[in-house]
Design a protein around this ligand. Structure first.
Ligand SMILES: NC(=O)C1=CN([C@@H]2O[C@H](COP(=O)(O)OP(=O)(O)OC[C@H]3O[C@@H](n4cnc5c(N)ncnc54)[C@H](O)[C@@H]3O)[C@@H](O)[C@H]2O)C=CC1
Ligand SMILES: CC(C)=CCC[C@@H](C)[C@H]1CC[C@H]2C3=C(CC[C@]12C)[C@@]1(C)CCC(=O)C[C@@H]1CC3
Length: 345
């Protein structure tokens, strides 16, 4: 009888590896001597040594070939938070993650590292130095958050040391860095449309923004600490820059770095939130007739106007996490990487 050889623990697959975080993760894994495959619904680049598998993660038959002889899987695929499509989020983040777990078990994968989100505990009100034992949001602020909660629960519950299938969830917050398709592009687009003049609230709310390389570092540390005896099995971990910053100072620094004016005038938080809620309801009611995407969604206003920063003490203790790039350096590297978004470019 043929014996199945144990795959090398440096063979891994990144599901969602064509995305912003996924690609940074792939590049770092290669640098560290891993052999890497990518599974994604689209292929956005080519890299020597990386095998691409294109397909929908909800389809186990297309996913399985990407997991053969692989001991470690990173799952960082998700529809973009801005899409607000309930059916899509439920299909990909919940049903799809169930499929990912089944496929991993079937293929003999030993470790699964999920990219969750610190937002799973965020309900739109202040969180100061939140630890991982905060309860999941009872009233998640949008479908993205609601399905990220279910996704994280599924992955953590699947951890089974007896069957040697180990799982862990990384909860980053406000990822930024070169090639990010969200934060800087949305910010610049808002500025170019002349809508970046206002500060929502008094502007003192503290938030975590996390440079992408720190998020990658947290994922790799988690993978390398995931052993049957490790305290990290089946647990979530906040990974941030560990330098909470005023939301509006961060935005202003990025804007000014790209040649735009910083916002100056204050608007009351409750007024803007109420208006965003009204717009969102209007968009929902009118969806069959017209489709429009408001810039100011309730989620975005809540993110811009409340405190939400998290403790990464648990990651420091259990896996020796320490950010590798400080916030200031991260902002400089990010601003330099967007010459085409500079004012007047
Ligand atoms: N960007 C951020 O600030 C934060 C992101 N996260 C999480 O990090 C992960 C990565 O996010 P980003 O890199 O920013 O997003 P991204 O949109 O750049 O990457 C997601 C990737 O998933 C792929 N994908 C989507 N649906 C798929 C499907 N059905 N089958 C196969 N692949 C599929 C996309 O093609 C894309 O390449 C996500 O799970 C997100 O929820 C968590 C906290 C903050
Ligand atoms: C900290 C965190 C979780 C950030 C995630 C990224 C995005 C949610 C933000 C990136 C750019 C932000 C932004 C706004 C809201 C939050 C973001 C989309 C506004 C729309 C908030 C209202 C404004 O006045 C304009 C802002 C533009 C940038």
């Amino acid at each position: 009888m043929a014996t199945r050889l144990r795959p090398s623990n440096k063979r891994c697959t990144v599901i969602g590896g064509s995305g912003f975080l996924g690609r940074h993760l792939v590049e770092k894994l290669l640098e560290r001597g891993y052999s890497v495959s990518v599974f994604d619904i689209r292929q956005s680049y080519e890299l020597p040594g990386v095998t691409f598998y294109q397909g929908d993660l909800c389809d186990k038959r297309t996913l399985l070939p990407a997991l053969q002889d692989v001991s470690l899987v990173f799952h960082c695929a998700s529809p973009a938070p801005g899409s607000d499509n309930r059916e899509l989020f439920e299909r990909v983040n919940i049903l799809g993650t169930r499929t990912v777990i089944e496929a991993c078990v079937e293929a003999g994968v030993q470790k699964l590292v999920l990219t969750s989100s610190a937002s799973v505990v965020f309900e739109g009100t202040d969180i100061k130095n939140g630890r991982e034992d905060l309860p999941y949001a009872k009233k998640p602020i949008d479908y993205y958050t609601q399905t990220k909660i279910e996704q994280e629960k599924l992955v953590l519950a699947a951890c089974d040391t007896e069957k040697n299938f180990l799982t862990v969830a990384i909860r980053p917050h406000g990822i930024f860095g070169p090639r990010d398709p969200q934060l800087v592009p949305i910010l610049v687009d808002t500025a170019r449309r002349g809508k970046m003049k206002f500060i929502i609230g008094d502007g003192t709310n503290l938030v975590d923004f996390t440079f992408v390389e720190n998020v990658v570092h947290g994922h790799i540390l988690a993978a390398e600490h995931l052993r049957p005896s490790s305290p990290i099995c089946g647990k979530p971990y906040h990974i941030t820059n560990d330098e909470p910053v005023r939301f509006w100072d961060f935005m202003s620094e990025v804007l000014m770095g790209l040649g735009y004016a910083a916002p100056r005038y204050h608007l009351p938080y409750t007024l803007v939130y109420g208006l965003a809620l009204l717009l969102w309801l209007l968009a929902l009611v009118l969806r069959p007739l017209v489709s429009f995407k408001p810039t100011f969604t309730p989620m975005r206003v809540a993110l811009a106007g409340t405190h939400h920063y998290y403790s990464c003490e648990r990651a420091k203790q259990d896996m020796g996490y320490k950010p590798v790039i400080g916030l200031k350096e991260g902002i400089t590297l990010t601003v330099q990487s967007y010459p085409h978004l500079r004012r007047g470019a």
